[in-house]
Ligand binder design. Structure first.
Ligand code: PNW
Length: 448
């Protein structure tokens, strides 16, 4: 028996995102987003699921916040839907949209739960996509204006902002792999989008500073870790490219003002490169207060000529996988955290998402026995603790997700929640993992 223990001031939280939980897609003047469009496009989302109702949190938030208070979390990470605030992305501000988030935040503050707000978790107003979306630099200005509206409206109330959630997903996964909205498959387009997202991030950080906002602002890249199969240089390089595509490509410019050379060269050989305008890199590297890290998976990989974008292949080691098919690989989280620390120094880190997809349902006893999720959380938190012990300034941890929700291209078929949601009745059932996490949050330690 051993004890895994966390610092006294460690921030325990749980996370969701607007499109995945809110529903109420036509209410109070909300505009359409690219995910409304994408989910209505046949063949894009599992069984044609969409976000029209989702977890109906737009209406059920009082009971959900009460549940968060019961869970004992100190902070709740959620996102604001841009199409609720500025329905066409660039025009009039919709007061009713702002009111919803004021009500939500008031409710959180009533229970002493600190809001951490993501400005962009993928629900771009469709009207902006119709004008070229993130490929169009005008979207950068529209985003900064939207950020300003939020900063001004929530000054003193929300002190903790993340600009972008997982820019890799909104760029490469959405515009090169095509699995997410808007669903294109063009590398140059994806590289443009990635660049413009970073410029928009920098613009929002500058706006935050110039408005004299209190509190903190950062960004949330997604990470994976690919460990080389052998000590051959070609395997090491291939893994460095594959992991770097997610972490290095986004974190390095934000932290240092430079794209990673190895990937710039690689993309160039594929005919793609970022279109950098004067001042962009300075803006992108505006000082941030924290780095969010989302981590779910990784694996063992090696060089294979002609394979994929990076001459890289994963090696199936026969490891356990979660129900979404992702490797169970806790050590990868430690590797990511120590890599960030080694490369970029003492920037405070929050694990803004970590969690697992296990689709256990409600048993006859009325409970959800998701033992596997508890094992996943235990093993990943142990790696966080290991990283802290070796000097990485990890300040908090948000479990993804508070509750089952719309899992993007997988629709409602994949469940990441600590709370089970019955989508027919909207009944919430806290899972066994909820009870386990509640104890950890309360005590700050657990036994393994
Ligand atoms: C993240 N991929 O999404 C998001 O931030 C969440 O909204 C999401 O629910 C969660 O992780 C679980 O998936 C990702 O295909 C979705 O590589 C897909 C990928 C990565 C992250």
């Amino acid at each position: 028996m051993a004890i895994v223990q966390f610092p006294k001031d460690f921030v325990w939280g749980a996370a969701t995102a607007s499109f995945q939980v809110e529903g109420a897609y036509q209410e109070d003047g909300r505009g359409m987003s690219i995910w409304d469009t994408f989910s209505r496009t046949p063949g894009k989302v599992y069984q044609g699921d969409n976000g029209d109702v989702a977890c109906d949190m737009y209406h059920l938030y009082p009971q959900d916040v009460k549940q968060m208070a019961d869970l004992g979390i100190k902070s709740y990470r959620f996102s604001i839907a841009w199409p609720r605030i500025i329905p066409d992305g660039s025009g009039e501000v919709n007061e009713k949209g702002l009111a919803f988030y004021h009500n939500l935040v008031d409710e959180l503050l009533k229970y002493g739960i600190e809001p951490m707000c993501t400005l962009y978790h993928w629900d771009l107003p469709q009207a902006l996509q119709d004008q070229g979306g993130w490929d169009n630099r005008a979207t950068i200005d529209h985003f900064v204006r939207y950020a300003e509206v939020i900063f001004e409206s929530f000054r003193g109330k929300i002190n903790w902002f993340a600009t972008f959630n997982e820019p890799w997903c909104s760029s490469f996964l959405s515009n090169y792999i095509g699995a997410h909205a808007p669903g294109y498959t063009d590398l140059q387009l994806a590289v443009n989008v990635a660049h413009n997202l970073l410029v928009a991030h920098g613009g929002a950080v500058q706006k935050f500073r110039s408005l004299g906002m209190e509190g903190q602002i950062g960004i949330v890249p997604n990470t994976e870790w690919q460990e080389p199969y052998s000590s051959k240089q070609e395997d090491i390089d291939a893994c460095f490219r594959a992991s770097g595509w997610l972490n290095d490509w986004f974190i390095r410019p934000v932290m240092t003002g430079k794209y990673p050379e190895h990937l710039l060269t690689w993309f160039k050989s594929k005919g793609a490169q970022p279109r950098i305008e004067a001042g962009d890199m300075e803006l992108i590297s505006s000082k941030i207060d924290f780095l969010g890290v989302n981590y779910y998976t990784g694996g063992i990989g090696r060089y294979k000529e002609g394979e994929g974008l990076f001459d890289f292949e994963t090696v199936d080691m026969g490891w356990q996988k979660t129900d979404i098919g992702w490797n169970y690989y806790p050590q990868g989280l430690y590797n990511v955290l120590t890599w960030i620390h080694k490369e970029f120094g003492d920037i405070p880190i929050y694990i803004t998402e970590n969690g697992a997809c296990y689709n256990d349902g409600v048993s006859e006893d009325g409970k959800v026995h998701d033992e596997r999720r508890i094992t996943y959380l235990k093993s990943h938190l142990a790696q966080v603790e290991r990283a802290i012990a070796s000097g990485v300034p990890v300040k908090g941890y948000y479990c993804w997700s508070l509750m089952d929700n719309f899992e993007w291209a997988y629709g409602y078929s994949m469940r990441f929640g600590l709370i089970h949601v019955d989508y027919d009745t909207q009944k919430r059932t806290p899972k066994d993992s909820y009870k386990w996490y509640k104890k950890v949050v309360q005590l700050g330690w657990y036994e393994v």
